[in-house]
Design a protein around this ligand. Sequence first.
Ligand SMILES: [Zn+2]
Length: 223
Amino acid sequence: MNEKAIEEILGGVIRNVLSELKGQSPVSAAGLNTTDSIPVELSARHVHLSEADAVELFGHALTPVRELSQPGQFLAKERVRLIGPKGVMDNVAVLGPSRDSSQVEVSKTDARILGVDAPVRQSGDVAGTPGIILASQTGIVGLEEGVIVASRHIHMSPADASRFGVADSDKVSVHLDSDRPVTLEEVLVRVGDSFNLAMHIDPDEGNSSGWNSQVTGRIVGRN
Ligand SMILES: [Zn+2]
């Protein structure tokens, strides 16, 4: 081992000791904070509607009933039925506020039941995805595209991003500390001024990892 390599290793050790002495979390070789925990929330199947589609289905704009963890986002009183080529799902949650275009977020299991070949995509990236029919008691809307399996992601503020040593659009591995622990790779980091720290996974991921509302995650690597 040459002198420079030894210096680098010693430098890393010293930095970690110093940051521990300062009461900060140790930083891994990749510059990641691998010890601080992240709350993990399960996103069940839901729909985002454009204003026009909401009016078509319900005759009016969405009615907020409960705030969600991300500021400004809410669960609406209104519910929809999803009608796919092979199956139907009733009482599906609608989240507000309205968006530019409607989007349906389901798990891979849901997609199979509905009979749509939904790809894993980041929210909002719906070009070329399958369509579906949305129905209420009084209206019906045919979406030409918009059915996705949302890619797992972490919302965080710029302050949290610097604490964890990551940046917007980074992909990281997250270890879920549960009684059925797994490490999920390719978790998208989404940094925004209005974001509260939360990782979002879908029910398939939740069931496979023994998720419950107490489960937290730790970033353990970069992808
Ligand atoms: Zn999310």
